[in-house]
Design a binder for this molecule. Structure first.
Ligand SMILES: [Zn+2]
Length: 293
């Protein structure tokens, strides 16, 4: 946020607007550059969860919707990076939770919403219910000169992308220039953050290897219920906070459970969502983290 505010201030001071700035570049580059914009990432809402780690579980997602609607400038789009619902063995209950989730987020002012599954949504039925409600679990789209790639590393209960999806990714990347800005959206970390806690993607390194030749790649993910930043070479990986309960830092306790305890003195502490401000000409997106409370 600071960086981009400073950049905007500089452009203002210099009497330059974004359009003038882009026009100063080569025409082909300016056409590809697009405008500065931002989008919002929400993650791990776990609708349907009940328990002491979040006694406000019925309200947290609604508060998040209100918090996003209260942003002064509304984002271009919103992405939910998985675990929309909390896992259940009952296929009917799974669909009921997905329907409730969909109804609650219908309250968002922004209607351009992208979804990804988490293993809680998709691992028990290989994504069948998820796809009924939210469509394809992996897809690409373009926005303001940036290529977005959504990867599904949860519908396979083994927590992997699978060869078919890796082939699809390879074919998609083959169409892009090596300096094309790419933002990858996924649920699990692609790198081996902490495999003992299931904080990895079994074949994630294969995806990273395919992305490595591209000079401008950022990965946004969820799953670990905390903000975390990590680089694999020049590729930055950023996980987002959860909207249900926070989890401990990787390896900081013997097991992943219990999660960080709810603190009545600071309700919703550790929960939040993220703004990602960027433009095609930027090397790195600017992240701003927002609390729910
Ligand atoms: Zn997850």
């Amino acid at each position: 946020m600071f960086g981009s505010s400073h950049r905007r201030d500089f452009l203002k001071l210099a009497g330059l607007g974004g359009i003038v700035y882009a026009a100063g570049l080569s025409p082909a580059f300016a056409a590809a550059a697009g405008k500065e914009f931002y989008f919002v990432q929400l993650s791990d809402t776990h609708w349907g969860f009940k328990g002491p780690p979040n006694p406000e579980a019925d309200n947290t997602l609604k508060r998040a919707v209100a918090a996003v609607n209260a942003l002064k400038h509304q984002p271009d789009f919103i992405v939910f990076t998985g675990d929309l619902t909390h896992t259940t063995d009952d296929p009917k209950e799974r669909r009921r939770r997905m329907a409730e989730f969909r109804d609650i987020i219908a309250g968002l002012q922004v209607k351009d919403i992208r979804f990804l599954p988490g293993e809680h949504d998709a691992a028990l039925d290989k994504g069948e219910a998820y796809q009924e409600f939210f469509g394809r679990p992996n897809y690409t789209f373009e926005h303001s000169g940036i290529h977005f790639i959504a990867l599904d590393n949860v519908s396979d209960p083994a927590g992997k992308l699978g060869q078919a999806q890796l082939d699809w990714l390879k074919a998609d990347l083959a169409q892009l220039d090596k300096d094309k800005p790419i933002i990858v959206l996924t649920h699990r970390p692609l790198f081996a953050l902490y495999p003992d806690w299931d904080w990895t993607t079994a074949d994630g390194q294969a995806a990273i290897d395919l992305l490595m030749p591209y000079s401008n790649v950022t990965v946004l993910y969820g799953h670990i219920h905390q903000i975390h930043h990590h680089d694999t070479g020049h590729i930055a990986h950023h996980s987002a906070a959860s909207l249900i309960f926070a989890q401990p830092a990787p390896g900081s306790q013997p097991k992943r459970t219990p999660p960080v305890a709810w603190d009545p003195a600071h309700p919703f502490k550790g929960l939040g969502f993220r703004e990602i401000e960027t433009e095609a000409a930027a090397r790195k997106p600017e992240l701003t983290e927002w609390p729910v409370a």
